[in-house]
Design a protein around this ligand. Structure first.
Ligand SMILES: [Zn+2]
Length: 150
């Protein structure tokens, strides 16, 4: 039964999932206005009804990890380029203070992107089935029904 249900739901490509995510849209359907505030996703996508944290209480950990890795990598390459550009006398004190400030600002500014990107990666790894989407429409964890893992 579940194999038939898993097949009949249209599936976005990884490219579609990621481009929707970096535009801060629902990776599943491309719907807009999925954020209640800058840091807070709405519970459900207003367009398709997907629970944007897939009904898991610790879902933010993946977004947090994504955010940390992305900001660290971006800063690493920026600092390396700046050091090479200013060699042989890079301003180490300036680099230290500016990098610290950019790390804090980057973590805050990239967090919404990390949330949608993490959801896109999760949807690529664990594609949404019709059964799970129905579970999301039914309110997810509000009843005694568990998240269907296929
Ligand atoms: Zn959606």
């Amino acid at each position: 039964m579940s194999a038939v249900l898993a097949i009949d739901l249209p599936r976005a490509t990884v490219w579609q999932l990621m481009t929707r995510a970096v535009r801060l849209r629902c990776p599943h359907c491309g719907g807009q206005k999925i954020f209640a505030s800058f840091f807070q996703l709405k519970t459900n996508c207003p367009t398709c009804g997907l629970r944007l944290e897939r009904g898991e209480s610790d879902y933010f950990v993946g977004a947090y990890l994504f955010n940390l890795i992305a900001v660290e990598l971006i800063l690493f390459f920026c600092v390396c380029a700046f050091v090479i550009f200013t060699w042989p006398n890079p301003p180490w004190d300036l680099i230290t203070y500016v990098t610290g400030a950019l790390m804090l600002a980057g973590c805050l500014l990239c967090y919404p992107f990390a949330k949608t990107t993490w959801l896109a990666v999760d949807l690529a790894i664990r594609p949404l089935s019709r059964e799970e989407l129905e579970w999301h429409h039914a309110g997810g964890d509000m009843g005694d029904r568990e998240l269907p893992h296929l």
